[in-house]
Design a protein around this ligand. Structure first.
Ligand code: HEC
Ligand code: HEC
Length: 347
């Protein structure tokens, strides 16, 4: 009698143990699965709290296959991230030397074009064709890429049927596959900045450059290449290997917005390290240094009313000096366009 009740108790205990282990296993498996899905590039969860947010989507080219389309996307990604190795002035295939400096697209469109407020390119193909003020016409995605080619990359136009152009477009198309029809998204472009109502303080900008930026970009802003590659680990901020004077980044307001949400490296729009004033001063300082100059800049903005106020090169349809267009104060120029023409300028 005693023996059999002992047996039934121990059987019950064993059943409980089995159930418990099974439950534990299930919990671990579930956690594993959850962990896996949270392993995706999470960077911008905070823009929208929900994990269904577009920044959570899979933009890992490592998950692509080997068919022709996927290979083209992966090649586009490589071009985007390691640009000078393929398209730079020292690229092995001299026919492909389209860029004129050492930058990669990824140096400004961070996290391979998926970082909020670093001019992310998710949704970008859905936003084209698009009216462009610089050319005063409707432009295609290829033309927009060539805009960065000729300016940010100090290079020359890549033909639309060039395999490398097709690869870049394939990558950007893939980045846009979860986007809304119009491609609009939160985190597009750059963060807002309260533009100080004074000119850039170049002395303060220089001090900030020395205390914050030199650590990575080097004492003379020339950056540092990766070992055994033409690709920069820390890209140059001025000099022959940097963007030319026709690039968007040479507008103090644009550079300050980029810097505020992204520099020093690791910064996001949620935890800016520099104040708006500091970002403005350091942006002004780096943009006053020597860099390649682009030809035919006077042909930009056929309709000069469309020219951003911080475009550093003339002509303008106002009587403010070139120096003020480069270093501010910008409010008087913005006020002028508002009062005289009813045009609101933001950059
Ligand atoms: C020196 C920095 C820099 C580099 C390098 C650079 N870009 Fe850009 N790019 C910009 C800036 C600044 C803008 C303007 C963003 C804005 O106004 O919102 C821009 C805009 C764009 C746009 C339009 C984005 C939009 O939201 O409308 C595309 C597409 C683009 N770049 C592609 C490229 C490609 C491809 C490369 C490499 C071949 C490249 N860029 C290299 C700075 C850069
Ligand atoms: C911890 C290292 C680090 C620090 C500090 C840092 N940067 Fe950068 N910066 C980078 C890296 C890395 C990139 C390129 C990002 C990439 O390719 O993923 C970059 C890119 C840039 C770019 C765009 C590409 C180019 O070459 O023009 C600018 C502009 C820039 N940084 C400005 C600054 C300024 C201004 C400061 C100081 C306020 C600063 N950075 C501090 C690491 C750093």
């Amino acid at each position: 009698m005693e023996n059999s009740s002992f047996r039934s108790i121990s059987k019950a205990l064993r059943t409980i143990l089995y159930c418990f282990s099974a439950l534990l296993l299930l919990v671990f498996l579930l956690l594993g699965a959850l962990d896996y899905s949270f392993d995706e590039p999470l960077a911008y969860s905070e823009i929208a709290e929900s994990p269904e947010n577009i920044y959570y989507m899979n933009y890992d080219v490592g998950t692509l296959g080997d068919n022709q389309r996927d290979q083209l996307i992966k090649y586009g990604y490589d071009l985007f991230v390691n640009t000078p190795d393929f398209l730079g002035p020292e690229a092995q295939d001299s026919i492909l030397r389209f860029t004129g400096n050492g930058l990669s697209c990824n140096n400004c469109h961070l996290l391979a074009g998926t970082k909020a407020f670093a001019a992310p390119l998710i949704g970008i193909v859905n936003r084209f064709p698009q009216y462009r003020g610089r050319e005063d016409k409707i432009g295609t995605i290829e033309e927009r890429i060539n805009g960065c080619m000729e300016r940010s990359m100090n290079g020359h136009v890549m033909p639309e049927d060039q395999h490398e152009m097709k690869a870049l477009v394939a990558y950007l198309t893939w980045l846009s596959r979860y986007s809304t029809e119009d491609g609009a998204m939160e985190g597009q472009g750059f963060v807002d900045l309260e533009i100080p109502e004074r000119p850039v303080n170049l002395e303060k900008g220089k001090q900030l450059f020395v205390s914050v930026c030199v650590e990575c970009h080097g004492p003379s802003g020339q950056g540092k290449r990766k070992e055994g590659s033409y690709v920069y680990e820390y890209p140059p901020l001025w000099g022959l290997d940097s963007y030319n004077n026709g690039a968007g980044m040479t507008r103090v307001i644009t550079a300050a917005q980029f810097i505020k949400a992204n520099m020093p490296f690791g910064t996001t729009y949620l935890n800016p390290k520099l104040s708006d004033e500091e970002a403005y001063d350091v942006a002004g300082y780096i943009n006053q240094q020597q860099r390649p100059s682009k030809v035919n800049l006077e042909r930009d903005f056929p309709n000069l009313m469309k020219k951003p106020v911080s475009t550093p090169y003339p002509p303008y349809v106002d009587s403010f000096s070139v120096a003020q267009h480069q270093l501010g104060p910008f409010q008087p120029i913005m006020d002028y366009y508002m009062q005289k023409h009813g045009v609101k300028k933001t950059k």
